[in-house]
Design a protein around this ligand. Sequence first.
Ligand code: DX5
Ligand code: ZN
Length: 221
Amino acid sequence: MTFRIAPSILSADFARLGEEVRAVEKAGADLIHFDVMDNHYVPNLTVGPVVCAALRPHVKIPLDVHLMVRPVDRLVGDFAKAGASIISFHPEASEHVDRTIALIKEHGCKAGLVLNPATPLSHLDHTLEKLDLLLLMSVNPGFGGQSFIASVLPKIEQARKRIDACGKPIWLEVDGGVKIDNIAQVARAGADTFVAGSAIFGAKDYARTIAEMRAQLAKVV
Ligand code: DX5
Ligand code: ZN
């Protein structure tokens, strides 16, 4: 199993974003998780394609763009041009989920679908085989630093079964409240990609935090 750690810039110092993404890449991050909020789909406002494009030259690792915006489609091309590698969106935010997945792929990006804690896995019925990534929220989207919702663990297990049955190399990412002390549990449930905002950017030593997360993951068989 390949495990990936994706620091979320939401908890970074926004006045020094370039420096912050370079620091987490150097500290061993596999992806940069880029949270886009619109004060409409979620009650918070963050950054858009201009900031994504500005960060792109600062790191070599992929930019994992998590769109918490409605509508979705108009921004897909903008983020593809801004250097996004993965673009994920919430099904509730798109009028035509299949069309949005196709649009992301037409722009040369990997496509991800994001399910909130109370959004059922039935959204995968006609989409899973078209996805590159499934992102399960373990908090309600909108803010960093919230507590992990433990009832998402059986949902991660079920999602892992569906991905394995489908046979495609779809990444299973979990976002919200992931820390050193619960990352192994999340991995045991079946996740392979871990978003961590406050756990990494809230720590003094990014490399040490990521190394401790990897040490926890190494215990998972
Ligand atoms: C929440 C965002 C998350 C958030 C995670 O809406 O999608 O990516 O930044 O932050 P932590 O790891 O602090 O829960
Ligand atoms: Zn996110």
